[in-house]
Design a protein around this ligand. Structure first.
Ligand SMILES: [Zn+2]
Length: 209
């Protein structure tokens, strides 16, 4: 048994925050006037999360973060599209100016955007062109496998971006894929060195990874 791997303090905060979320204790307090003064002049987020557009997934809640802790970029399919100027600007700023410690692709169960990859031709062109535009595909024998594979595909796209590669090498930027299960509140993390998904324990304990 080994301790769950925390590659940096930001990841420790995310995982400890997740455990607080799972237990509902304490709930996220959010922005308030007392906190506002402390963060008014600067921001120093430890992580960036790329999440789906889906209203049932709220990264700030899942990781029990407060304002100023994480940057979130959301779109349908939690997609990394190098042709998306908004996404690329956010990534560049997060990696080089904010020097975040982690960038996480956060997929989720019951992702309708992944399901729709099977029938792009039936969708309005505005939606089909986004979902299929960068080459995302439904890969896997089961719905859950396809959702997980989409997270890994997006992670691979992230790794291929030149300034992200540079931040990994120079600053130790950590790239991760995670999957939030809407129906249970459980969170899985892809352990790259073992190439497998592992549920994050909901208690502080040793975990076999
Ligand atoms: Zn989704």
């Amino acid at each position: 048994m080994v301790q769950l791997d925390y590659p940096n303090d930001g990841m420790r905060q995310l995982i400890e925050g997740y455990r607080r979320f799972f237990k509902g204790n304490p709930p996220r307090k959010g922005f308030c006037a007392l906190h506002a003064e402390q963060i008014a002049h600067t921001q120093n987020p430890h992580s960036m999360v790329i999440s789906c557009f889906d209203s049932r997934v709220c990264p700030e809640a899942v990781f029990a973060t407060n304002d100023g802790h994480i940057c979130v970029h959301r779109n349908m399919l939690n997609q990394v599209d190098a042709a998306d100027a908004s996404m690329m600007a956010s990534l560049k700023f997060a990696a080089e100016n904010l020097k975040v410690q982690n960038i996480i692709i956060l997929g989720h169960s019951n992702c309708n955007a992944v399901a729709k990859l099977k029938e792009l031709e039936k969708l309005p062109c505005q939606i089909a062109s986004w979902l299929g535009g960068a080459g995302a595909a439904y890969r896997g024998d089961t719905y859950e496998e396809a959702i997980k594979n989409n997270v890994l595909d997006q992670l691979e796209r992230l790794r291929r971006i030149d300034f992200i590669q540079e931040a990994v090498q120079k600053n130790g930027l950590n790239l991760e894929g995670m999957l939030f299960h809407i129906n249970t509140g459980r969170l899985e993390r892809f352990v790259s060195k073992q190439h497998r998904w592992v549920f994050i324990t909901t208690e502080e304990e040793c975990q076999q990874i």
